[in-house]
Design a protein. Structure first.
Length: 187
């Protein structure tokens, strides 16, 4: 992963890079991030992060990543491709509620009150999932006091600029410039 840092406090900026690496590991997307650019200026306060991701595969159905069968208590899902396990459980919880979904083991899920056909047809969109996980990582990284935020998103790049009091026009313009540069970059 290529990392660029701009700002007056070298040590503090490097600590943010280390923290972000840990967060990426926590949310399971370390290998999906291609480049990150930070602009951190605490006196303003200004915090800008732009993340470029690798291209994800297209949407896949649950039937492509798991064995789905009707059991006595409900639909049993045996996940074959474990990289989708966290995404799948979250998707099922959102769709059917936690009370109807039971994770029997790391790779086995029981769905109550739904048909095998319905579950097999559900698709997972890796692009949207990756974007969601990158945003989650960025939100975890942003300093708590910087509540005023401006987001820019495209297919492969997410850029967030944050400040404490009032978002300046020049910061939004800087974020847009950085975003365009990250989109055009050959990493």
């Amino acid at each position: 992963m290529k990392v660029e840092i701009e700002g007056p406090e070298k040590y503090g900026s490097e600590e943010y890079v280390e923290l972000f690496n840990g967060i990426l590991l926590d949310v399971g997307i370390t290998r999906m991030v291609e480049a990150v650019r930070f602009i951190i200026n605490p006196p303003d306060p200004l915090f800008l992060i732009s993340v470029r991701t690798r291209r994800s595969a297209g949407a896949v159905s649950i039937a492509e990543i798991a064995e789905v069968s009707q059991g006595k208590e409900g639909v049993l899902i045996n996940i074959i491709d474990e990289t989708y396990a966290p995404t799948l459980i979250l998707l099922l919880w959102r769709r059917y509620g936690r009370e109807r979904i039971e994770q029997l083991s790391r790779l086995e899920i029981l769905c109550r009150g739904v048909s095998e056909k319905e579950v097999s047809a559900i698709t997972i969109d890796p692009v949207e999932e990756l974007r969601s996980r990158v945003l989650d990582a960025i939100w975890r990284l942003l300093p708590e006091g910087l509540k005023i935020r401006h987001n820019i998103a495209s297919e492969k790049v997410l850029t967030v600029v944050a400040t404490e009091y009032e978002m300046r026009k020049e910061w939004v313009e800087l974020a847009e410039k950085v975003h365009r540069e990250m989109e055009a970059a050959d990493v």
